[in-house]
Design a protein around this ligand. Structure first.
Ligand code: SAH
Length: 377
């Protein structure tokens, strides 16, 4: 019998106080920005001008904000647009259609984001925390523990920055406009609840208040923090909820997703169906296919019974083995049989593509500690 992983304590619980980044306009709604600009002794309309540069034109260099008086430009940019993300390394693969960015935050924490171009859309996968406290044993980020929550603006800025990269035409064969955002980078979004919800609002507010994405094109992925899932269902947002299930039974899920020790499969699925019925949105059930661990035909059948007739879609993710891991991806024939059984049960199922594998940009590989050697640290 294997012993169950233990959830690590949060930094707050052990007395460390994570340093927050400086305030940025993306932390505030438009009214908040106008109030701040007024406090700085400038006319309120400057807030809109700055916001149009940042969200509308994806411009962050004050020198390019020529509609603002030169003396005001630097002052306002310094007060409302401090640099939050310093690119440490950018890597491309899949013929330039996938690009991973490693950022250093103001306190030295490292986080990553991934830009993925498809013929019909451009998606960014963003981080909501530096590290993660959820300790899923197959996930690289889970191994390192939680450093801190990201601020709203640190979350938003990943998408805005990469929207600028996409707009420059860097993703060949894709539209220039960022259309989709998934919270599937580092961290557990619902453990940083209010900042993540704020970030979603900012990403979806029309420019110049926000980036103007459609809520339906935003996906928030969770290990299954039940109270937060229920709260999210009441926010009046129509974002897609992805639930990282990975096992249909408590015995195995207790091990693969340790938070299951607190909220069991039945409870987490109940909260998912509540989300689906209150938002009308189909829940995306994520399931990493791990060889001889969770890929047995009987588990496919059990999963099929749990999901049949529900507003759900299964997204099977071929496991991306983390360095030193005892686990491997399921063989293709096993994966195909798993898909077949789910579909036979009437459950819509697809297998996720594995973008970014060569640059450690694929699911669960976003562990900045692995890349820090490339950074010379
Ligand atoms: N904490 C959130 C979001 C981040 S991870 C969550 O767990 O949902 C995004 C997805 O990648 C999750 O479904 C996660 O379980 C999956 N994942 C993590 N490590 C993986 C790996 N090594 N191979 C395949 N999928 C992985």
């Amino acid at each position: 019998m294997t012993s169950l992983p233990v959830l690590p304590l949060s930094p707050a619980a052990v007395g460390r106080r994570p340093a927050l980044p400086p305030r940025h306009l993306a932390d505030l709604d438009l009214a908040g920005r106008q109030a701040l600009v007024a406090e700085l002794g400038e006319p309120a309309f400057r807030a809109k001008q700055l916001s149009t540069h940042y969200f509308g034109r994806l411009v962050r260099d004050p020198a390019q904000m020529t509609d603002l008086p030169a003396a005001t430009r630097d002052r306002l940019a310094e007060a409302l647009m401090p640099r939050l993300l310093t690119p440490v390394r950018e890597m491309a693969c899949d013929d330039g259609a996938t690009r991973k960015a490693l950022w250093r935050l103001h306190d030295g924490s490292l986080v990553e984001s991934v830009l993925m171009g498809y013929p019909d859309r451009v998606t960014v996968c963003i981080s909501s925390q530096a590290g993660c406290g959820m300790a899923c044993p197959f996930c690289a980020t889970g191994q390192a523990g939680l450093t801190r929550n990201l601020s709203t603006a640190e979350i938003v800025d990943q998408a805005v920055y990469l929207a600028g990269v996409a707009a420059s035409g860097a993703v060949a064969g894709s539209p220039p406009r960022l259309s989709h955002v998934v919270f599937m980078g580092m961290g557990e979004p619902l453990a940083n609840y209010s900042r993540v919800v704020d970030a979603v609002r900012r990403l979806c507010a029309p420019a110049p208040e926000g980036l103007g994405l459609s809520q339906r094109h935003v996906t928030v992925s969770t290990v299954g923090l039940v109270p937060a899932m229920r709260r999210l269902a009441g926010e009046g947002l129509s974002v897609t909820l992805a639930l990282s299930l990975h096992a249909p039974d408590d015995e195995l899920r207790d091990e693969l997703v340790p938070v299951n020790q607190r909220w069991k499969v039945a409870e987490v699925l109940d909260a998912a169906w509540d989300y689906a019925s209150r938002t009308g949105r189909r829940v995306s059930v994520e399931y990493a296919m791990i060889r001889d661990v969770n890929d047995q035909p009987w588990r496919a059948d059990l999963l099929g019974r749990l999901l049949a007739g529900r507003l759900a879609h299964v997204n099977l993710i071929p496991l991306n083995p983390t360095p030193g891991s005892r686990w491997d991806a399921s063989p293709k024939p096993v994966e195909r049989e798993f898909v077949r059984r789910l579909r036979e049960a009437g459950v819509s199922t697809t297998v996720r593509d594995t973008r970014g594998r060569e640059i450690d940009g694929a699911c669960g590989q976003l562990a900045a500690s692995e890349t820090s050697s490339a950074d010379g640290r």
